[in-house]
Ligand binder design. Structure first.
Ligand code: ADP
Length: 228
């Protein structure tokens, strides 16, 4: 079996205080292994984004531990968390935020250049990723010249550019029509298999969630298995 890349142990996260107290996670546990895609399906306000933010080290829990590739993060400095995030986590948003002035290839090469890779290697890696995601023929196009589904596949390639061990996605197909959602989701699954990353994906789409390795939901502050 593959290693656990993402582990949450007894994680508590609440917002506000007193009458405004919102308890989102209470002693929540989760483990995601390399090559696994875990779908989170839960009503709006249940805490999906909170779970993704905690897993992506964008927020800290009040107590409990978030382990990223075996590294316990609760005692790390902000600098340490930033470096770990940069080196191990790829984030896919509902809206792609691609840079409009750059081609698809350049958008995927850029994070690698920032990380210090040389240009030919960065472009080779970008091309390989665009290939896996089925958008290689669009490599030289700018985002405005791509369909919504193509833009989102480029954004997924960009999130994977620096070989993250964990891919987090917040409604990655939320903005797409059903047929396009299907193509994008399949491409995302192909990528996760190919790269052996651990993926945690919030989605409202039950049909797509059923294709994940497993499905979880958020209930009474816990992360629980869900069958759809
Ligand atoms: P989801 O992504 O499932 O819609 P969220 O994780 O965004 O849910 O939110 C979970 C709960 O926590 C909601 O009740 C939300 O209002 C609350 N919440 C989220 N972020 C904050 C914040 N920064 N301050 C106060 N309450 C928040």
């Amino acid at each position: 079996m593959s290693d656990v890349h993402l582990r949450l142990s007894k994680v508590h996260r609440h917002y506000g205080a007193g009458a405004q107290l919102v308890r989102v996670l209470e002693a929540a546990d989760l483990a995601v292994r390399g090559g696994e895609m875990v779908a989170i399906v839960a009503p709006s306000g249940a805490g999906k984004s909170t779970l993704l933010h905690l897993s992506g080290l964008l927020e800290r829990p009040q107590s409990g531990e978030v382990e990223i590739t075996g590294v316990a993060t609760s005692k790390l400095s902000e600098r340490g968390r930033t470096l770990l995030r940069r080196n191990t986590i790829g984030y896919v948003y509902q809206f792609h935020h691609l840079l409009p002035e750059f081609s698809a290839l350049e958008n995927v090469a850029l994070p690698q250049l920032i990380a210090g890779r040389d240009k030919p290697a960065a472009e080779r890696r970008a091309m390989d990723l665009l290939e896996i995601l089925g958008v290689a023929p669009r490599a030289q196009h700018r985002p405005a010249e791509l369909s919504g589904g193509e833009q989102q596949r480029v954004a997924i390639a960009r999130a994977a550019a620096n070989h993250p061990r964990i891919i987090l996605a917040d409604e990655p197909t939320g903005n797409l029509d059903p047929a396009t959602s299907d193509v994008v989701f399949e491409a995302l699954m192909a990528l996760i298999r190919e790269e052996g990353a651990a993926a945690l994906i919030a989605t409202h789409n039950h049909e797509l969630a059923r294709r994940a390795t497993r499905i979880v939901t958020l209930r009474d502050g816990l992360i629980e298995p869900l069958t759809l």
